[in-house]
Design a protein around this ligand. Structure first.
Ligand code: SF4
Ligand code: SF4
Length: 96
């Protein structure tokens, strides 16, 4: 039997012992608003429906913790105005 590496197990959401990890992966979605023309593609096609728009029609993240990191918004933005990256969960106070 081939054992998964630590990184492969982490990427697949498993712990090293093969049990599913409970730690949810989080993502940051950044908008470079100077390049955004407010076309609405990212808002219309986000599968989680978590990109809203401000009064100028520019995107805002409404529920960032629900982002699944699919990168649909980043790939389809015609103005290359979106960057999706992994985000580490905030450390708890008792973590040292
Ligand atoms: S897809 Fe790109 S250009 Fe269109 S609203 Fe979203 S960020 Fe702006
Ligand atoms: S990465 Fe996917 S889920 Fe996250 S905001 Fe973009 S389209 Fe929505």
């Amino acid at each position: 039997m081939v054992k998964k590496t630590t990184q492969a197990a982490a990427d697949s959401g498993e712990k090293q012992d093969g049990a599913p990890s409970r730690e949810k992966k989080l993502y940051d979605v950044s908008f470079y608003l100077d390049w955004c023309k407010g076309c609405g593609i990212c808002m219309a096609f986000c599968p989680q429906e978590i990109i809203g728009s401000d009064k100028n029609g520019k995107p805002i993240m409404e529920e960032p913790d629900r982002c699944i990191g699919c990168r649909f918004c980043e790939i389809h933005c015609p103005d290359f105005a979106i960057t999706v990256s992994s985000r580490k969960p905030k450390r708890r106070k008792d973590d040292v």
